[in-house]
Design a protein. Structure first.
Length: 606
């Protein structure tokens, strides 16, 4: 179907004409997230005209939450009035899908300069805007000029900016690992109820009683030009070694506590990454520029990748090189080694073998579409990446929207880690918190580990809301990759991935350390004498109290500990005996609110 769509024969009148947003007197020049508005849209027929039986479509952005245009209920959301420029024009209007209105031409054909005016939200209820703020949320027009069922979108379809709603929450994010005497970052962001940034707010953010041994400003002033967010630095002295948590208050009674900060001179840094997300270029929200800015200035990520779909969306990325160039340019613009690592990527969206996102750890790379017969299988994808500093990541692999075809063994050169959690839920195992929807028994990551596959674990958002690093603010789950590295560069991140020095969380910044003797998570441990006895060490420091600690050994829960009472900090040691080649072990921590962290497995071999 997708190939046929790319190869279809177009009528010269398909996609003809132009459209614009006409602002009536008194109408605002923008929409507000999840608030009603009224939008006057004009479509003008192009030189080729539209035949009797042809159709003009209005596709209001289907991502995420606009009212559906409808003509039947004047008091309902999305009620749309239709006017024509000539009384001889006759149209049959009907809602034919979510956010989709069709206007079929009856009577005489439409000719050049005929106009159709649609007032979307003309009724008493108005039309509800997207719940996620963004620039240029599109009102997509498409035209089937000859009525043969083939339509083409107007690429310059009009759009409107969606502004955030009122301030509703404060988010305080700090570096998880701080070195004594070395400044670390603290990011403060005032957001609306849906996690949108840039609410209209000014005033002071006040810290409550900074912990002893910490040099931190008592207050921070937000001005109109700060867009509700700022980043400051703090410094802990050697006397402050241990775990710090910062509490802050913002105007309007907003309060928040930071993620935990471990002040220590030992151990690697934790670089927090979100390596999977989408923008309005395909089936998400916002622009690439705003995606990277949110990741850096709101979520305070260390590593981020934008992975819009190869072919899934209103306009296919694979056939619009200008869109790919925009992703390339913004990735390069925001890349700042030592502070903020950006990685170029796209999502290889196979509806046969499952979805994978592809990351290029250099400044080159192209979109390899899964619809293209040259790249339609994972084997062809990996062959095309030969010699490249690139990785692929299977995601939502156990279930919806489509599971991974694990019958094709992943190439360990390109797929040393796998994404086990995102906004879709967990693909780790059936006994996991927040299991992914439409799960396929036997297709979980733990099942394929039992087949002998070896992965490190990461999470990432798969966010479509323009909020990389924080999609859990508006969803049941999120996803983060914890990358254990002091090298804040693409090369350092790639090396950590290949070594499986990574772990996954469903969104919260849980500090998780595991080691089997001197072997850290992700290691491959030799078993020279046929079996091995060793002690496993686990440390967990979480934003919310930890309720469960599960030790998974070779396909099952070997030890399930309920932390009673739940605690935000735990340290645990347990002996593991008779470990055999081919086995693996990892741990899973779960907070009382369901937030979860998974260590990468430790594997055993001869």
């Amino acid at each position: 179907m997708l190939r046929a769509d790319l190869e279809r024969q177009q009528s010269p009148s398909d996609g003809g004409g132009r459209a614009w947003l006409e602002q009536a007197e008194g109408d605002p020049a923008f929409a507000v997230a999840q608030r009603p508005g009224r939008f006057r849209l004009v479509y003008e027929v192009g030189p080729e005209g539209i035949a009797t039986g042809g159709v003009v479509y209005l596709q209001v952005s289907p991502f995420w939450g606009w009212s559906t245009p409808q003509i039947r209920d004047p008091d309902g959301p999305g009620y749309t009035e239709i006017e024509v420029s000539d009384e001889g024009m006759e149209l049959d209007a009907a809602t034919v899908g979510d956010q989709l209105l069709a206007l079929e031409v009856l009577g005489r054909p439409l000719v050049e300069s005929d106009r159709i005016t649609l007032t979307f939200g003309a009724g008493s209820f108005g039309a509800i805007a997207d719940r996620f703020a963004e620039k240029n949320s599109r009102f997509w027009f498409s035209v089937d000029g000859d009525g043969d069922g083939t339509r083409t979108f107007l690429e310059d379809s009009p759009g409107i900016d969606v502004h955030p709603d009122a301030p509703a929450q404060l988010v305080v994010t700090a570096d998880s690992i701080a070195r004594p005497g070395v400044p670390f970052r603290v990011t403060l962001a005032v957001l609306d109820a849906y996690g949108n940034t840039d609410p209209e707010i000014a005033g002071e953010i006040v810290f409550d009683s900074p912990p002893e041994g910490l040099d931190l400003p008592a207050r921070v002033v937000l001005g109109p030009g700060d867009h509700g967010r700022t980043t400051i630095t703090a410094t802990a002295t050697a006397a402050g070694e241990g775990v710090l948590r910062l509490r802050a208050r913002a105007p309007g009674g907003l309060e928040a506590e930071s993620n935990p900060i471990l002040v220590t001179a030992s151990g690697p840094r934790i670089l927090w990454g979100d390596l999977h997300g989408h923008t309005g270029l395909t089936d998400g929200t916002g622009t690439p520029e705003d995606y990277f800015r949110y990741a850096r200035d709101v979520s305070s990520l260390d590593v981020v990748a934008l992975t819009d779909h190869d072919h899934w969306g209103i306009l296919p990325l694979s056939t619009h090189p200008d869109m790919w160039r925009e992703i390339e340019e913004q990735t390069k613009r925001f890349h700042e080694p030592g502070r903020f690592v950006t990685v170029r990527g796209f999502e290889w969206t196979s509806w046969i073998h499952g979805h994978r996102h592809v990351l290029y750890f250099d400044d080159e790379g192209s979109v390899l579409s899964s619809v293209d017969p040259a790249y339609e299988s994972p084997l062809q994808l990996w062959q095309a990446l030969e010699g490249r500093a690139a990785l692929t990541f299977a995601h939502h692999s156990a279930g919806g929207p489509i599971p991974t075809n694990w019958a094709i063994p992943p190439d360990p050169r390109f797929e040393p880690v796998t994404e086990i959690v995102s906004v879709h839920g967990s693909s780790e195992a059936l006994d996991s918190p927040g299991v992914i929807y439409s799960a396929v028994p036997g297709n979980f990551v733990r099942d394929v580990l039992d087949r002998g596959y070896r992965f490190g674990f990461i999470g990432s958002g798969d966010s479509h809301d323009g909020h990389p690093g924080l999609p859990q603010l508006a969803a049941l789950s999120g996803g983060l990759a914890a990358i254990l590295s002091d090298d804040v560069s693409r090369e350092g991140v790639l090396a950590a991935m290949h070594a499986r020095r990574v772990y996954a969380t469903s969104g919260p910044r849980i500090i998780l350390r595991t080691a089997l003797g001197s072997n850290p998570m992700g290691s491959t441990v030799p078993v020279p004498d046929g079996s091995l006895d060793e002690v496993l060490f686990v440390q967990g420091i979480a934003p919310a109290p930890i309720q469960y600690l599960d030790l998974i050994r070779s396909g099952s829960i070997a030890e399930a500990i309920e932390v009673d009472p739940p605690q935000t900090e735990i340290a645990f040691q347990t002996p593991l005996t008779d470990l055999k080649p081919g086995e693996y072990v990892y741990v899973r921590l779960t907070q009382i609110d369901g937030g979860t962290a998974w260590s990468s497995p430790i594997y055993f071999e001869k």
